[in-house]
Ligand binder design. Structure first.
Ligand SMILES: *Cc1c(COP(=O)(O)O)cnc(C)c1O
Length: 218
């Protein structure tokens, strides 16, 4: 099926409260243009330089989401235009994003990535540390950042029970802080597990291969 048809099908089947991020990492701009022409306006990338290059080439009403791990020294390259950073997991990174956002007189929306997968992964904050990170953010008055919700990646498995359990951890933390922090984004679910993520309360799914086809490298 074509990229345009895939986009159309997602738009038809997704519940209204679920936002689709089209994950276009490694894909050429003509693929993104096809999705754009089919009405898609939110794209997710995991490398800052690649995202910046595509931002320069493509229409300016696209919302660019950084979904990958962010190195502090590269924040400056996306600060002028990024609309949501999904994978923030340290105070150091929050401070740098705040600094760069201030330079551009912006307030940048961020999600905190929690580590929910059982497999060994380097990234993501342990769920138990979320409260203290939010408190520190407030204390330091990082006013050029808005933490609008949480993000997580489940284990790469077909065990649905495990997926439900892991998404459940994220949803529980989201519910715990939703009111006090005015959270409104829960980013969970990818090509292989988005139906389970939506059933578990996701409001934003990040879908790559189910729209653009398999990637050539990993
Ligand atoms: C690549 C990636 C996705 C999309 O993966 P697919 O399985 O192709 O849908 C989602 N989230 C993150 C963080 C990614 O790096």
């Amino acid at each position: 099926m074509s990229i345009a048809e895939n986009i159309k099908q997602f738009k038809e089947k997704l519940p209204e409260h679920v936002t689709l991020v089209a994950v276009s990492k490694t894909k050429p701009t003509r693929d993104l243009q096809q999705a754009y022409d089919a009405g898609q306006r939110i794209f997710g990338e995991n490398k800052i330089q690649e995202m910046a290059a595509k931002w320069e080439q493509l229409p300016k009403d696209i919302e660019w989401h950084m979904i990958g791990h962010v190195q502090t020294n590269k924040v400056k390259y996306m600060a002028p235009f990024v609309s949501l950073i999904h994978a923030v997991d340290s105070l150091k990174l929050l401070k740098e994003i705040n600094k760069q956002a201030k330079k551009h007189e912006r307030v940048i929306d961020c999600l905190i990535q929690l580590k929910i997968a059982s497999e060994e992964s380097k990234f993501g904050l342990p769920p138990a540390d979320l409260g203290s990170l939010l408190a520190q953010k407030k204390e330091l008055q990082l006013d050029h950042i808005r933490i609008v919700g949480l993000m997580g990646m489940a284990t790469f498995t077909e065990d649905e029970q495990q997926l439900r359990r892991e998404f459940g951890i994220l949803k529980e933390k989201y519910d715990q802080y939703q009111q006090s922090e005015a959270f409104h984004v829960l980013s969970m679910g990818m090509s292989g597990d988005y139906p389970i993520a939506i059933a578990a309360g996701s409001t934003m799914i990040r879908v790559g291969s189910a729209i653009f086809g398999a990637r050539n490298y990993h």
